[in-house]
Design a protein around this ligand. Structure first.
Ligand SMILES: [Zn+2]
Length: 363
């Protein structure tokens, strides 16, 4: 199977395999789709395929060209990504070495890295000369981070594309790019990854145990990079916060206010959304246990916390699951739309409290 290093993206893989077979590769591609779904990884693997010396299986991962691309020392590959202005060769080499190890591992360093005019000038200079081999490939990752000057300069190159040169741009925010650049590229949209695809990638590539992989896949919203970021950040701490959030539902007004103030001080918008998503997954498990008397842990996302989960459920006589799911989903969309976080969280507290009937307390 071609492009076996890419997670999911079956449709994109078919598109590129066919294009390679038929020798119909457009001179400029733009890969769009949400952050972390594998656009850049695919751009690099497609570059490899374009240089690959194998006749049938491109990229073969074995030939000299494939290896050179993998280690970023292929003379006809130009790979641009946002950097800090102060980044020197050593900084760049460090990033490239990381990507050689793991295609999905490039991280932006420092605040507001960008792609400046000098980087595009280097491309202009290089593309003025013939490639050393048959083709040249220019990969520009996070293309929307080009400065306006850089964008205009790239546009000039794309307007008169140098022969035997392929451009592959990637962008999670194509609306921030010049529309004249987009219109000169063939756009390929990358799909969100399924939870299953992320789960197995985490197990195989990050050596995570299956239970945790399933849970993290459940909150990573189709993005493998986001899932991996969860591994770096303190995932257990967030889980604890999510559980504290639920417990606070049944505390007095002041305790709720204190919780909300702490949460909005210590967590950014995304983390609050992630906390609410974890709560949603918690109730999904509670639903499975409550409704189906589920003894089989296999389907539970929080199966490592089964005791706490059972104790939690045992505390309630009744849980109006439809209302709970509605309240949490609505809150997630409110936070997304920048509606006041404190009010949103207070409203979730109230809605949850009304939807959960504690055992032994008559309403
Ligand atoms: Zn090869």
């Amino acid at each position: 199977m071609a492009f076996e290093r890419i997670i999911g993206q079956a449709r994109a893989k078919t598109v590129f395999s066919r294009a390679l077979q038929n020798h119909r590769i457009p001179h400029a591609y733009i890969f769009t789709g949400l952050y972390g779904v594998g656009k850049e990884a695919m751009a690099l693997e497609l570059a490899k395929a374009l240089f690959c010396q194998d006749i049938e299986n491109k990229p073969c991962q074995q030939c000299t060209a494939c290896r050179q691309v993998e280690h970023f020392n292929h003379p006809d590959l130009l790979y641009l990504f946002p950097t800090q202005k102060s980044a020197d060769e050593k900084d760049i080499r460090e990033i490239l070495d990381q990507v050689s190890e793991d295609l999905y591992s490039r991280k932006s360093k420092g605040a507001n890295p960008g792609i400046g005019i000098d980087q595009i000038r280097d491309i202009r200079k290089a593309t003025a000369l013939k490639p050393l081999g048959k083709n040249r490939v220019v990969v520009i990752a996070e293309a929307e981070k080009m400065t306006l000057q850089a964008s205009n300069s790239l546009l000039k190159i794309l307007e008169e594309p140098p022969p035997n040169t392929y451009f592959i741009l990637t962008s999670s925010h194509p609306s921030a790019l010049l529309s004249t650049i987009i219109s000169r590229c063939q756009q390929v949209r990358f799909a969100l990854l399924t939870d299953k695809e992320i789960e197995s990638a985490l197990i195989q590539r990050q050596n995570i145990d299956p239970e945790q992989a399933r849970l993290i896949a459940g909150i990573s919203q189709g993005s493998y990079r986001k899932a991996v970021e969860w591994l770096d950040e303190n995932f257990q701490q967030l889980r604890q916060m999510a559980l504290d959030f639920l417990r606070t539902c049944f505390k007095d007004y002041n305790t709720k206010i204190i919780f909300i103030e702490n949460a909005s001080k210590s967590m950014d918008k995304q983390t609050i959304k992630d906390m609410l998503s974890l709560n949603l997954l918690w109730f999904r498990d509670a639903f499975l246990i409550f409704e189906n008397n589920q003894q089989d842990n296999e389907f539970l996302l929080n199966s490592d916390q089964i005791e706490i989960l059972e104790k939690f459920i045992g505390a309630f006589e009744e849980i109006a699951f439809d209302k709970v799911f509605f309240a949490l989903e609505q809150a997630i969309s409110y936070v997304d739309r920048n509606i006041n976080i404190n009010l949103t969280l207070m409203s979730v507290f109230n809605q949850l409290q009304q939807s959960l009937k504690i055992r032994g307390i008559s309403s």
